[in-house]
Design a protein around this ligand. Structure first.
Ligand code: FES
Length: 154
């Protein structure tokens, strides 16, 4: 069950204006770390935008997710430079270490793993980012250490 009052608060913040549904979704995504179906329906009902149209928006923008995301986002670059320098092995090691496939979130809700195209740091290939923090020249043997570091309480 989601906090629908929070969703209403976000809708009100944007004046219930159908021209600001993307901004509403951004706030919903920031708060819940995904777009719950109930939130989408609420935004549709209150702004008068058709649900189908909103669903299309949410699936179109990569920043939005209809599934809960982890507390930390791990991205493995699969761009050409990283790929030729061993990114597939890095991704496989990451999947092994986390026990999930790329695109999924760990059961404890800590990590979401995804593949991306060129992070713009090709000179450091292969590249991995965790919540925007960049790790360069990563080998598959580095993965357990990176995950251990991320699991440590901040
Ligand atoms: S291809 Fe990976 S950073 Fe450019």
């Amino acid at each position: 069950m989601i906090d629908i009052e929070k969703v209403d608060e976000i809708i009100d913040k944007w004046g219930c204006d159908p021209d600001f549904v993307i901004e509403m979704f951004q706030d919903v995504q920031d708060h819940f770390r995904y777009i719950p179906r109930k939130a989408l329906e609420r935004i549709a009902d209150r702004t008068g935008k058709p649900r189908g149209k909103l669903f299309h928006i949410v699936t179109f923008y990569k920043a939005f997710s209809l599934e809960p995301r982890g507390e930390k986002e791990i991205q493995v670059c699969m761009g050409t430079a990283c790929y030729v320098r061993g990114a597939p092995d890095v991704l496989a090691a990451m999947e092994r270490e986390l026990g999930i496939k790329s695109g999924k979130t760990t059961a404890d809700g800590k990590f979401t793993l995804s593949e991306v195209r060129c992070l713009g740091a090709c000179g450091m290939a292969p590249v991995v980012t965790v919540d925007g923090r960049v790790y360069g020249r990563v080998g598959s043997s580095d993965i357990p250490g990176i995950i251990r570091e991320m699991r440590r309480p901040q």
